[in-house]
Design a protein around this ligand. Structure first.
Ligand SMILES: [Ca+2]
Length: 94
């Protein structure tokens, strides 16, 4: 994952997410090896769902549940289950 550069008008400079060199501090291992495609078929990065200023991740799991992972400054937080089922056939989050 990459950290974006803060835009002076608010939000993130989108081009800062395009390459490690343009990002805030290069590529960072964040959830390396823990969020596999088989276990989490769909992921969606949210700018900040929880209101703490740190991006979060919405994901589906292999059982078809919809989960919200609270982002942290250095590690991913625990998941909150938003829906227990119904997302097995969903094609895209966003
Ligand atoms: Ca957040």
């Amino acid at each position: 994952m990459r950290k974006g550069v803060l835009d002076s008008g608010g939000g993130t400079v989108l081009t800062s997410l395009g390459t490690a060199a343009a990002s805030l501090d290069g590529d960072n291992a964040y959830v390396s090896g823990t969020m596999t495609r088989a276990a989490f078929p769909l992921l969606y990065g949210s700018p900040d769902t929880t209101g703490d200023g740190i991006p979060d991740i919405v994901a589906t799991n292999s059982a078809g549940a919809l989960l919200l992972y609270k982002g942290g400054a250095t590690a991913l937080g625990t998941a909150t289950t938003l829906r227990t089922s119904g997302y097995s056939t969903t094609k895209q989050l966003g």
